[in-house]
Design a protein around this ligand. Structure first.
Ligand code: ZN
Length: 234
């Protein structure tokens, strides 16, 4: 796999042909203008019949808030592992639909392209299955690293732990955004959309609670986030 040790560089998600330096401004603008003009045909995940479906009316906010007496880093670690496992499972279940032929680049809502950052810190455009392979392998390696995610009692979490968690959440968010944007019809055919909506709502709520994702990074999905919250007030 392509490793990624350039933790300081942000993982890019930019429109085709756009300068990297103008990512934030453009994406906010993109949500306010272009994204708002995208049709439901392009974003079937916003259709009433689909967005209203979730596994159960759960109070996800209560589920995410750090309980009194819990260690925050432990809480982060356990959720990071759980979200990784669930999102990886989803991705695997849909892998037959996401090939280098169907997805030669890794696209999210509004045809934003997600780039992998290689070991030299260079942004690389790759197919969605390759991007998924890189990111999931990268995350799996981190989770298995006792120095990053210690499992033995008394071993401390490293400096920069939160930064790594943020990076993992960004990759997981890209994976979910790609599934919604490129494969939502496949998700519906497999009747997995209630599961996906539940997982996405929990993931986003947790990310917001602990400020794990920059608003500029999630802006392409704010329409769905807003609609899911409207349908599932808890
Ligand atoms: Zn795909």
């Amino acid at each position: 796999m392509g490793g990624c040790h350039s933790y300081a560089s942000s993982s890019g998600s930019v429109k085709e042909g756009e300068e990297f330096s103008d990512i934030t401004g453009h994406k906010l603008k993109n949500y306010n203008t272009q994204a708002a003009q995208l049709s439901l045909e392009e974003r079937p995940y916003l259709m009433q019949d689909y967005v209203s479906e979730r596994l159960a009316e759960l109070d996800v906010r209560t589920l995410t808030v750090l309980p009194v007496g819990f260690d925050e880093a432990e809480w982060m670690a356990s959720h990071t592992i759980a979200f990784f496992k669930h999102i990886n499972l989803f991705s695997s279940a849909l892998s037959e639909f996401c090939t280098s032929g169907t997805c030669p680049t890794t696209m999210g809502p509004g045809d934003v392209t997600y780039y992998w950052t290689d070991e030299q810190g260079k942004k690389v455009k790759c197919s969605a299955p390759l991007y998924t392979d890189y990111t999931m392998s990268y995350i799996q390696e981190l989770l298995a690293d006792e120095e990053v995610f210690p499992t033995k009692p008394g071993y401390p979490f490293p400096n920069g732990f939160m930064f790594l968690v943020q990076r993992i959440f960004l990759y997981l968010f890209h994976t979910l955004a790609h599934l919604y944007w490129a494969h939502f019809r496949d998700v519906v055919r497999m009747e997995m959309h209630p599961h996906l909506n539940t997982l996405f709502t929990h993931f986003v709520t947790f990310s917001k609670e602990f400020q794990l994702l920059e608003p500029a990074e999630t802006s392409q999905m704010e329409d769905l986030i807003h609609t899911l919250y409207q349908h599932h007030r808890s």
